[in-house]
Structure formats: C-alpha cells, structure tokens
Design a protein around this ligand. Structure first.
Ligand code: SF4
Length: 178
C-alpha cells in the first residue's frame, strides 16, 4: 500500500510543536510504515509536492510565512493547524497589541545594547505583516490540534484519525500537556 504523504512547516513558532510530534514514542515506528514525510524540517526537503496532509506549526506574521502557508494549502488535501500558535496566534500574537512601527523600532533601534541601529530593509528579509494571524485567518484549515505544545497523545490521535479517513476532533482529556 502506498504511503500517505505528509508535509510539515514551521512558521512563526518555537519548534516545540515539532518536538512534540517527535515525542510520540514508539508510535513513530508505526507512523513511519504508514506515512512518508515530504517537505518538513524533519526531512529538510525544501520544495513542495502534492501531499494528503499539510501540518502547520506557528502563526503567520510576515510575508514569507503567508506565502508558505498558501503554497502548502495548494498542495494539501487536508491542512492541520498544530499547536496554539497555529490555532489561535499564540505568544507571537502578543505583538498585535502594539503598532508594527513601534515593534520594529524597539527591536532594532531602542534596545540598550544597540549602537546606531537601523530597521533592516532588504529583499532577503521578509516584510512583517501589520498583525500576526492564526493560520485560519489566511488559509482554510480543516482540523486543529491545540496545545502549547500539543500533548503527543493528541498528535497521535489526530494522525490516527486522519489515516482512518476521519477529520479529528481532539477530546478535551488529551488536549492539555502534562
Ligand atoms: S504552540 Fe507553543 S510549542 Fe508550539 S510553536 Fe507555539 S509556542 Fe512553540
């Protein structure tokens, strides 16, 4: 039987959700028999190809993250938002209480250790969006695995349901990280 293709990306995030994905213990062995990871920080494959499930860690706060999310959506039958940043905006969305110009000025000019700072402007530095967005405010999301990071049991549940052809709705008793 052909393996189910999965891609994963991390956008504005801390990588903790991917660490939780790798923390599913021996289930990773069962999983490796059933799925093939394509573009992912786990494989380091950079290009997109068509997959069944696209998993997104992190929220969307700059132009590059928006493009990556949109491209993954185009290549995926199902998009899973993994973790509180992807589902709700998470800690990065705290900057939504501030003006973007003030955030950039504080980061690049006002910090005590900065000498003659300037706000970078270069094609290699993605432009910040005015706000940080949870993934579903930019692209259609089909299922959610919340948590910061999500409990490995919740990730296991979500992937098992998807592999069985069902859209997962995570039970509340496995939503909290113990
Ligand atoms: S949800 Fe938590 S663990 Fe996952 S990327 Fe955001 S801050 Fe990190």
């Amino acid at each position: 039987m052909a393996k189910v293709k999965i891609a994963t990306v991390w956008l504005e995030s801390c990588a903790g959700c991917h660490m939780s994905l790798l923390d599913v213990d021996e289930f990773i062995i069962d999983l490796s028999k059933l799925v093939e990871f394509r573009r992912s920080p786990i494989t380091d494959i950079k290009g997109f190809d068509d997959v069944v499930v696209g998993i997104i860690e992190g929220c969307i706060g700059n132009e590059e993250e928006k493009e990556v999310a949109e491209e993954l959506r185009q290549h995926s039958q199902i998009i899973m938002a993994l973790g509180d940043c992807a589902c709700f905006g998470g800690v990065c969305a705290m900057r939504n209480t501030l003006d973007k110009a003030d955030v950039l000025k504080r980061a690049y000019i006002d910090t005590p250790s900065t000498y003659k700072g300037k706000i970078p402007k270069s094609p290699g530095v993605p432009e910040l969006l005015n706000k940080v967005y949870p993934v579903n405010q930019i692209i259609k999301v089909d299922c959610y695995i919340p948590g910061c990071p999500p409990e490995p049991e919740a990730i296991k549940y979500g992937l098992t349901e998807l592999l069985a052809g069902r859209i997962p709705v995570v039970p509340s008793n496995i939503m909290r990280f113990d």
